[in-house]
Each structure stands twice: as structure tokens, then as C-alpha cells.
Write a protein that binds this ligand. Structure first.
Ligand SMILES: NC(=O)c1ccc[n+]([C@@H]2O[C@H](COP(=O)([O-])OP(=O)(O)OC[C@H]3O[C@@H](n4cnc5c(N)ncnc54)[C@H](O)[C@@H]3O)[C@@H](O)[C@H]2O)c1
Length: 265
């Protein structure tokens, strides 16, 4: 769930599942957005597949989530790859905001909706299954990320609460904490380029904000499939290792190409 265009993490995960022999039903927020972003993208992106099964679901409308899972029938897993926060009020240089309604809306979309999705998805997993959310490092406080950082912390708490609740249903609930990746949502984060730089200076493994989407998709396939049958309530970091590092890596810890970039003024 959360297909906006061919840069969406949801698309990368779906493609990987298809490569591994699975069948994928995508959801987009609504038909209008799908027309604008997905159809235009299909003309531009060489790798775009046009035969996608796309349904519509606005996760702030409970009835749409219920109807979606009524219609899809049995599923092995569900991925919540959805977030939104008004960039003018919830992200940026100033953390404080008067726009409390925007904060609550972004919490609803980015955090609480995962619980509603899982609520309606679990009955469609009669023999058990997996639910997965996408988060971003909540162990540190990043510039500009403001309320989305708060909502990701809530999302991770919801992952753990759902893992406790749905063990009895044999449904595993986990999240992937991804490093920064190029997408529409990321492009709306003021100062996203700075996150990119933070990663290039703090990730022990090289991190590519475009190419490494596939690594997130690989981890998603693992967490959705049988190889992770006893893993639940976990946040799996797919971030090149940046979240464990304090400050920047030292020049002697970098490979030569990154060391020369870090030395540049
Ligand atoms: N891109 C990154 O750097 C990065 C890093 C870590 C985590 N994430 C997380 O990955 C997930 C996917 O983001 P992305 O980077 O693929 O961006 P994206 O813009 O492609 O996806 C965000 C999706 O959320 C959907 N959405 C927003 N409001 C909605 C609503 N009310 N109902 C239904 N859908 C709604 C959008 O339509 C879009 O499809 C998000 O949870 C994001 O926070 C992204």
C-alpha cells in the first residue's frame, strides 16, 4: 500500500515480490493521484510495468480500508508504505507549529493508519502472514524531519503493540528502517539533500539513495516470507549501518572515493 509512482518504495517492493514469483496488489491513495503520477511516470520510466493491479484506498477513511480487504480475498502479507505531513507546518527549520490539525492528520496517515490496515488485513490471513511498515531512524533527532520523526516513533510503538496482539493469529508485524531514498515523499522533506550528505558521511556501507531501494525491497521480501517465520515486533535497519554511528566516519574509515569527497570543501 502506498504506490504513488515508479519511485515509490512500494513499487520497488512489489517488483521484487513479483521477481520472486509472488502476486502483488498495489494500492494508491485515489484514482486522481494515480492518473497524475503513475500514468505520467509510465511514459517516462523505462522500467515501468503497465500491467499493475492497482486499487484505491485512502487510509484516513476506514470504510475504504474495510472494502479493500473485503475485495482482495486471502493475502500472505501487507506492506504499509505510506506517510504524509504538511511540509509547510510539520517539517522544516522550526519544530514548533500552531497547525495542530496538520500534526494530527499526519499522525493519522503516517502512524495510526497502520493499525487500521492490520485490523482489516488479519482476517484475510487465515493461516497467518506478515504485516510490514516503513520507518526512518527514530534513535536520533534529524534536522527538518520534526513531526514525521515523532510519528515514526509512534509507528514503531504500534508495530510492537500489533506484534503482541497478533501473535495468536500467527501474523508477524515488523518494520524496516530505511536510509534516505529518492521518492516523491522524500522530495517534499525540506533539506532532504542534507540527509543524503549525513548518510554519505556516517554510513559504514556505501549508501545510494536511488540504487539501494532494491535492498529495502530484498529485506521486505524476507520479512514477508517464510524465512522470517519467528521474527515479530522488530525494526530491521536497512540503512548501510548509519544508525549505529555517532557523528561522522573518520577519513581512515572511508573508502578512498568517499574520503576524497569528505575532504572537499
Ligand atoms: N524515501 C525515504 O527516504 C524513506 C526513508 C525511510 C522511510 N520511508 C517511508 O517509506 C514509506 C513510503 O514512502 P516513499 O519514500 O516510497 O514515498 P512515496 O511518496 O512514493 O509514498 C508515500 C505514499 O503515501 C501515500 N499516502 C499519503 N497519504 C495517504 C492517504 N491518506 N491514504 C493512502 N495513501 C496515502 C501517497 O499517496 C504515496 O503513495 C513512507 O512511510 C516513508 O515515510 C521513506
Amino acid at each position: 500500500m502506498g504506490l504513488l509512482d515508479y519511485d515509490s518504495i512500494a513499487y520497488a517492493i512489489g517488483e521484487r515480490i513479483v521477481e520472486l514469483g509472488g502476486r502483488v496488489i498495489y494500492t494508491a491513495q485515489n484514482e486522481r493521484m494515480s492518473r497524475i503520477f503513475l500514468e505520467r511516470g509510465a511514459r517516462e520510466a523505462a522500467h515501468a510495468r503497465r500491467d499493475l493491479d492497482v486499487r484505491y484506498c485512502d487510509v484516513t477513511i476506514d470504510e475504504e480500508i474495510r472494502k479493500l480487504f473485503d475485495e482482495v480475498g486471502p493475502v500472505a502479507g501487507v506492506v504499509h508504505s505510506i506517510a504524509y505531513a504538511n511540509p509547510r507546518t510539520c517539517l522544516g527549520e522550526e519544530f514548533h507549529t500552531d497547525a495542530v490539525a496538520d500534526v494530527l492528520q499526519s499522525y493519522h496517515i503516517s502512524s495510526a493508519s497502520f493499525a487500521r490496515v492490520v485490523h482489516y488485513a488479519v482476517p484475510r490471513m487465515p493461516e497467518g502472514g506478515a504485516a510490514l511498515a516503513l520507518t526512518f531512524d527514530t534513535t536520533r533527532v534529524y534536522p527538518f524531519y520534526n513531526w514525521m520523526g515523532v510519528h515514526k516513533a509512534a509507528l514503531e510503538a504500534i508495530v510492537r503493540a500489533l506484534a503482541r496482539r497478533h501473535g495468536r493469529d500467527l501474523v508477524r508485524v515488523n518494520a524496516i528502517s530505511s536510509g534516505p531514498l529518492h521518492s516523491k515523499a522524500a522530495s517534499k522533506i525540506p533539506g532532504f539533500g542534507k540527509l543524503d550528505r549525513i548518510w554519505s558521511m556516517s554510513s559504514p556501507l556505501p549508501w545510494d539513495t536511488r540504487a539501494d531501494k532494491v535492498e529495502v525491497a530484498n529485506a521486505a521480501a524476507f520479512l514477508l516470507g517464510p524465512l522470517s517465520r519467528k521474527i515479530t515486533g522488530q525494526i530491521l535497519y536497512v540503512d548501510g549501518g548509519a544508525a549505529i554511528i555517532t557523528g561522522e566516519l573518520q577519513p581512515h574509515e572511508l573508502d578512498p572515493s568517499r574520503a576524497s569527497a569528505s575532504a572537499a570543501p
